[in-house]
Write a protein that binds this ligand. Sequence first.
Ligand SMILES: [Zn+2]
Length: 364
Amino acid sequence: MVTRILRDLVAIPSVSPLSNVPVINYALARLDPKLWRVRRFPYTDPAGTAKLNLVASTHASRRAQLALVCHTDTVPFDPAWANAIHPVIRNGKLYGRGSCDVKGYLACVLAAISQIQIARLKKPLAIVLTADEEIGCVGAKRLAKKNAVRARYLIVGEPTNLRPVRAGKGYGLAEIVVRGKEAHSAFPAEGRSAIFAAGRILARLEKISRKLATQKNRDFDPPYTTLNAGLIHGGTAKNIVPGECRVTVEWRPIPGPNPAWAADLIREALTGFDATLDVKRIDPPFEPAAHRNLSRLMESLSGNRSTTVSFGTEAAHIGMHGEETIVFGPGDMTVAHKTGEFVPVAELHRCVTYLKTVIEKLCY
Ligand SMILES: [Zn+2]
């Protein structure tokens, strides 16, 4: 059952630029309209494509006991990868784009609820499906703004090898624009090199990364906020003193200190330069809950100890108002976003059992 659902889901192309409505419709077709109350949150993306967030609940109450959250988009794939949307099972693994990130979890959710007597649930169960996660948790942020997801416990699907994840780093992205003055390179005194200035700024960025590393959170590996200058673009020709240089900087803040701390330090480091910092994104960290009821339950079911992750998830956006949120799902994040992405079939079956048990324990 779960593999059939997953094959169907992989066969529906849902890379982020496409509409996610076909995936939502597939999921909706598996929810009995007599048992589920559905709230739709449509929007149009900047390219004019119809996108849809959906919250389905078994009760009229807006606050669920348990919410199962899953994004419906995938990253793009190489058109030469024949199995990207023509899934195959080989050696106990189901291959296809999204099989691991994160249609595998969605298939498990749909399979689990089909094995449960929904009418018997005493406490509300919700299914939350989001759009545009892979391009910056856009759908989840929209739901958060509307306060549309309220739940005591949340399980956000991402490939974690069935290991409960109870906290995650945030994400920051910014561009430093360094301005100089163009001149013929034979007469450098006539100009001012933006690249030389950028070089001095880079040395300061390295110092900042060491300062960020002094604030530790031992739950993480590495146990501090990391900083990366991943892109640099400057100059127009070898014989022109460069008039501009741009450096793209990314940081992953640990829970605890202000997630904008790195941005504050960078801005400070730019004083004295003709340079500006354009902060493009600051996603807060996924803060760990005060208690661990849900993560302990998932630990005992899966036999896996809970952990933390250094990548961003929707948990940071829609998981912070309940009592406890975990990230959980079949598959391994290191095979996601690659040609040949797969999920082990055995993990799918185990995940269905765990979700069924969690729903019964928390909602019956
Ligand atoms: Zn994902």
